[in-house]
Design a protein around this ligand. Structure first.
Ligand SMILES: [Zn+2]
Length: 273
């Protein structure tokens, strides 16, 4: 299998994330390949990331929110993705939102979009951000409500990657929970892209489009290390443990016994944000 085949097997892709830039950091390469394959790609962002700034005086939430939405539109346009939904929830407050209510909203989007694959956070939220963890719980609850069989992939960090960037992660205090990162062995990964050349350039264009978030990180890391840091996109399959068996989208018309594919693991991890 190569990247194109791996991504083609995802079918219609629905990404469900907390803040604009989560989708780009964790799945830009996946989305660009899928969009290029004419697979449907839809992104949901729970918040506008309107409180994610070190300078809230210059960037109060009512100024930052529209800027973050415009930046996300530009980033997704660079990736060939044009269907972006906003839940309009308060940045930093997702853990206080009703899981049942947000699961209902996500289940309605799932019914409409009919995804074959959902890309989202695992229980650790990659970085431990409480908003990320809340979104993971909502997706779990939405999938359990839905009659639709969907494959759920959780963004993760591979162990070699964690080792390679350990110094950088410690220096910049990337993780919000001392138990993280939670590195995953390569053998547990359901999907792994290592972007190079034009595909990495394209992701960097999308990230630069979100300059209010990414520019300080690029300056702190240096552009070379930053490019290496964002080049990996890794997912583990949460479907088998959480939601029962996953059926490959190409196999929908085959007998269930022959087409069901059980998969492994859950939980994820990666990056700042
Ligand atoms: Zn985030």
């Amino acid at each position: 299998m190569n990247d194109l085949d791996d991504v083609a097997a995802l079918g219609t892709v629905l990404g469900i994330w907390a803040h604009p830039d989560d989708e780009t950091y964790l799945s830009a390469g996946v989305m660009a390949i899928a969009a290029g394959n004419a697979q449907r790609v839809v992104v949901v962002s729970a918040t506008a990331g309107e409180r994610g700034t070190d300078d809230p005086v210059a960037w109060p939430p009512d100024r930052l929110a529209p800027v973050r939405r415009w930046e996300a539109s530009a980033a997704l346009a660079a990736l060939g993705v044009h269907d972006h939904r906003w839940l309009g929830l308060p940045d930093g407050e997702l853990a206080r939102c009703s899981t049942a209510e947000q699961a209902r909203r996500l289940a309605a989007i799932m019914d409409e979009v009919a995804p074959d694959t959902i890309l989202t956070f695992g229980p650790d939220g990659v970085t431990g951000h409480p908003d990320h963890r809340a979104v993971s719980r909502w997706v779990d609850a939405a999938c359990l409500r839905s009659s639709r069989r969907v494959r759920v992939l959780h963004a993760a960090l591979e162990e070699g990657y964690c080792e390679r960037f350990r110094g950088l992660h410690e220096r910049f205090d990337v993780f919000m929970d001392p138990s993280l990162p939670a590195p995953r062995p390569a053998a547990e990964l359901a999907l792994r892209l290592s972007l190079t050349g034009a595909s990495l350039d394209r992701k960097l264009v999308a990230l630069r489009a979100q300059a209010t978030q990414t520019q300080p990180v690029v300056e702190a890391f240096g552009s070379g290390p930053y490019a290496e840091w964002v080049a990996e996109e890794v997912f583990v399959d949460a479907t088998a443990q959480t939601y029962g068996q996953w059926r490959h989208p190409r196999s929908q018309h085959e007998p269930a016994a022959a087409s069901s594919t059980a998969v492994s693991t859950n939980s994820p991890v990666a990056g700042s944000r």
